[in-house]
Design a protein around this ligand. Structure first.
Ligand SMILES: Cc1cc2nc3c(=O)[nH]c(=O)nc-3n(C[C@H](O)[C@H](O)[C@H](O)COP(=O)(O)OP(=O)(O)OC[C@H]3O[C@@H](n4cnc5c(N)ncnc54)[C@H](O)[C@@H]3O)c2cc1C
Length: 364
């Protein structure tokens, strides 16, 4: 088949690479001038374990399978990563119960190596920590997400696939044998393909609404939850990822590390109604307060506004977290079309596994 993948984020690139490996002719259309200019370059770059998500959910299944595939892929393709492990810390008795439940849940999900440890054991790993208990996740790691996307692009191009940059898709219309795709940009035109994958991240709902024959009622709400990060302007004190007990809409303001060992904090959860990426320096007050619950020695004046990312959510504040939505022919009835909605965290971790599922659905 000739397959058009819309969006050159980590998920679109993983789908494109998978489809080319499956023998399809693949073109990726990307609205901007480069790969990874959307959500994929604005995240924590964590390879997640998979302990938080409801048993049997797509997030649980693809996170765990995707993580294993991702470590293998990184090893085979020289993508920089580090399995540094992570501690989920409890600072009160109530949080201790919450993280114990996460540990049990993770084991039920099939996450390897999760251990509930006491405060002293956690401090022997990370002496700066203040906590009464922790869950140790040895399989969690960090990754150079841009390096991953470059490797996926390389794999795609080695098999004859290509990416058309500055090419925004505007409309999809079914034809007798496939799809007629209208695109904008300076060389605007129409492309005829056999199959289409909508992996447009924050643009997925707009494209679904511009798909002739796709019922408007199937297009889910697009809810935006911004996550702000603050950098730490001093010498790092942790060598593992440190997460508090999760909060509504996110995993709590955590310590993430980049591959150079630098520490940053975030993301928080800021519900917004339009795309905007500035980090308001006044949010630092909340960061100091939250971080000091597990790291009381965080010095004054050490946090600097860094970057933000926007989670493409399908559920709003106070609602149960929605799952990934992979809507293929068996669901909507149109042949050889898959729309991807709500691919928020752990979408980076899950990308290779989501790709396999999308390719399976295209063949239905
Ligand atoms: C704050 C934050 C922290 C996160 N942390 C993690 C983490 O630590 N670990 C993890 O596993 N996941 C994490 N995630 C989730 C992860 O980043 C995403 O799930 C993943 O990057 C989604 O990739 P994507 O390819 O679906 O979307 P994107 O990267 O947004 O790619 C979509 C692409 O489509 C293009 N596009 C849009 N409309 C059109 C159009 N009409 N025509 C052509 N192109 C179009 C866009 O320009 C963009 O390049 C986090 C997300 C956020 C917001």
């Amino acid at each position: 088949m000739q397959v058009l993948v819309i969006g050159a984020g980590v998920v679109g690139l993983a789908v494109a690479r998978g489809a080319s490996r499956a023998g399809h002719d693949v073109v990726v259309a990307e609205a901007t001038s480069g790969i990874g200019n959307g959500v994929s370059s604005r995240n924590s770059e964590v390879i997640h374990g998979g302990m938080y998500y409801p048993e049997g959910s797509l997030r649980a299944i693809h996170c765990i399978r995707g993580r294993r595939l991702l470590y293998d892929y990184c090893a085979a393709h020289g993508v920089h990563h580090r399995k540094c492990g992570k501690l989920i810390v409890a600072t009160t008795g109530a949080e201790a119960e919450k993280i114990a439940a996460i540990q049990r849940h993770g084991v039920a999900n099939g996450v390897e190596g999760l251990e509930l440890i006491g405060g002293n054991a956690a401090r022997s790993l990370e002496p700066a920590l203040s906590c009464v208990a922790a869950v140790w996740s040895p399989e969690t790691g960090i990754i150079d997400s841009h390096g991953l996307m470059l490797a996926l692009q390389g794999d795609l191009e080695d098999r004859g696939g290509m990416i058309a940059f500055d090419t925004a898709i505007e409309r999809l219309e079914p034809t007798a044998g496939g799809w007629s795709v209208h695109f904008g940009g300076k060389d605007a035109g129409i492309l005829e393909v056999d199959a289409v994958v909508n992996s447009a991240g924050l643009g997925a709902q707009g494209l679904a609404r511009a798909t002739a024959g796709y019922p408007a009622a199937r297009v889910p709400r697009r809810i935006l939850a911004k996550g702000n990060y603050f950098g730490y302007a001093r010498r790092p004190v942790f060598s593992r990822l440190i997460y508090p007990a999760p909060v509504d809409g996110g995993l709590g303001i955590h310590v993430t590390l980049d591959l150079a060992g630098r520490m940053r904090f975030g993301p928080d959860v800021e519900w917004i109604d339009h795309e905007a990426y500035e980090v308001d320096p006044r949010r630092a007050d909340e960061f100091y307060a939250r971080i000091r619950t597990y790291w009381p020695d965080l010095p004054d004046g050490s946090l600097v506004p860094d970057y933000s990312g926007i989670r493409p959510k399908l559920s709003g504040p106070g609602e149960p977290a929605a799952d990934f939505l992979i809507d293929g022919p068996a669901g909507h009835g149109l042949p050889r079309l898959v729309h991807l909605f709500g691919i928020e965290s752990p979408g980076l971790t899950s990308s290779l596994s989501i790709a396999d599922e999308v390719i399976r659905q295209l063949a239905e």
